[in-house]
Design a protein around this ligand. Sequence first.
Ligand code: NAP
Length: 233
Amino acid sequence: MKKVLITGASRGIGRACAEEFARGGWQVYVNCARSVELLREVAESIPGCIALPFDVSDRGAVYDAIGGMELDCLINNAGKALFSPFDAVTPEQEKELYGTDLFGVLNCTRAVLPSMIRRRTGVIINIASMWGETGASCEVDYSAAKGAVIAFTKALAKEVGPSGVRVVCISPGAVDTDMNSRLTVREYEELVDSVPLERMGLPEDIASAAAFLASERASYITGSVIDVNGGLI
Ligand code: NAP
């Protein structure tokens, strides 16, 4: 049975990925840092699913939990948003944002990559954001972190392609999850109006793209950034 670890899977996109991969016959490992009770409920609702709580920004904790783990797919999905004018962001907020959205990706990848290279198999799927491609006002650090994840995907794909490991990126648009709960009704409606397909993305839209990218049907795709945004950019 193929094994997948999904970070940030207590809710939203990560949870939808866990359910999609389990339906596809994968052994699923789910992670989050804070909502551990919720994570256990997710794991209990999916046959055979195992909860692995740790903070992706804590390199030591990542290695203790998954160092050397033999995975067929890692989905670096854990992320935080930060809405603030750039000059009002505190050093603590910045550390938490980059720690999760950028260093979390590096930490988890480093922990499992050697075993993928040794076995000459594996897929790393990074969840970035359209803001990492276009930039967003009042989300400068978030955009910068996601842009770095996109560059990381392209560079690592070149480095480990000869070792049989694929590295790809999904760049979601606006997805209906807790991450967008700060939007007012009016902001939400304006956002939907700006999407050519006239709806918010669903976590399942991202999960089905991830399942495709992890499959043999995507065996010639690496270093790619797949936009899943309803035509928004
Ligand atoms: P969400 O509903 O807020 O879920 C975020 C998940 O990440 C939660 O499970 C959270 O659990 C976990 N997490 C946060 N910090 C963590 C840490 N340090 N270590 C481990 N887990 C951590 O967000 P979402 O919308 O599903 O977002 C998932 C990914 O998609 C993120 O990378 C996000 O940037 C990206 N994305 C989302 C949208 C959107 O519109 N929703 C658009 C583009 C990209 P705990 O807080 O309990 O630890």
